[in-house]
Write a new protein. Sequence first.
Length: 319
Amino acid sequence: MLESEKKNWIIYSLIIVNLAIIISMIVVTPIGIYIFYNEYMALSNNVNGNFPLFMLGLPFVNLTNIDYLITFFTMSSIYLSLLLLIIVKEKDGLNRAIRDKINLERVLSNRIIIIPLTYSILTIISFIIEIIQDQVGIETGVLSSKDPVTELLSLSISPISEEIGFRASIIGLTTFIILSRKSSSKNVMKSFLYPEQAILSIEDRNKNNYIKLLYIIALFSGLYFGIAHIMYGGEWQLGKITTASLAGITLGVIYIKFGLFSVILIHWLFNYYTTIYIKINEMIGSINIIYIIDFFIIANSFLITVYFIGNRFLFKKNE
């Protein structure tokens, strides 16, 4: 087999695995609503929780006395709508990347691929970090103890709350300030949705420096995101700072390059998606469906690792 064919095989496999995750994201949404409804009714409506909303990295208001069913259905509908919107906008680009001379750079520039791929790689790296930290006695901790309905609703609200609070209101606001005197009002508003695109669209010889500034801010806001889990995250322990900071920095970079909707969906994958499939696994019992999700995550990380190692040490030498 030619070396270029080996690389193509890896890329096509990567596309298939990520499309499988995208399909499972669509499937899990109505199932999650069904599970939430049953658990809510089982508690006889006797639930009440506080749900913090963040701005500039700080909790500025707590949602209380909200209708659990309506709120959960609304949040689930928003995430499904964002996912379908991205699929509609990105599918033609992915088709072109497959039909033309395929290369990994073009594939990784597509949000249909980068969203589940980022989730997979972060999951594996965080898992490894937690194992190492446990071995040296650094505990990660757990989520605050709540009833299952309040916990699931909190996990559904936090992707939007925290991505606006730690990404859009910090990195996006910085972009807004930079562009406020240099661009049209339409492009200025775009700064919160697609920071890098907004800056690249202006005629300014310093625009590359502005983008570098955003990445520096992403680094520090990501580190603060990790610390905030200890400050505001209930029962999380010191070890959570490492994995949450890694996630925060990565989400900051993805936000700059791929926009707000992408990081909201990645965050949603960590929270809602993973939790619902664990609950599905508990319901089914005889079929360990969580192994399928684990397979997708491991396959994603394995394929991207094999590609880069092969490209660095094998493919270029043998072509």
